[in-house]
Ligand binder design. Sequence first.
Ligand SMILES: [Zn+2]
Length: 129
Amino acid sequence: MQIDEQELKNKLTEEEYKVLREKGTEAPFTGEYVNEKTSGMYKCKVCGNPLFSSDKKFDSGTGWPSYDDAIEGAVKFVTDESHGMIRTEVRCSKCDSHLGHVFDDGPKETTGKRYCINSVCLNLEPDGK
Ligand SMILES: [Zn+2]
């Protein structure tokens, strides 16, 4: 999908735009969803694409909302070699917005993955709405 960057800039806060479109990172323990326990669907703030189910959320202690799995096909992966590290960037598959990174140190009893996602990239839609 085609994104009008100027329109998006007007719609989002400065921090949201910085993280979503310029691969920024919110400060740990500041995001509104770090300790969120409400069940529902976390959607992309830019395009509304359903990304993560609250069932997959776990407390990683890192200060960012963490999930052990994404909705199938909702995200795409890009190798990120910035900051002297090789990481896997997670983007929304629909609008290409940056969401966070995925690591291999997640819960062993499930997928072993840890999706480390910025709260500002998400909108939680609680169940039953
Ligand atoms: Zn999106």
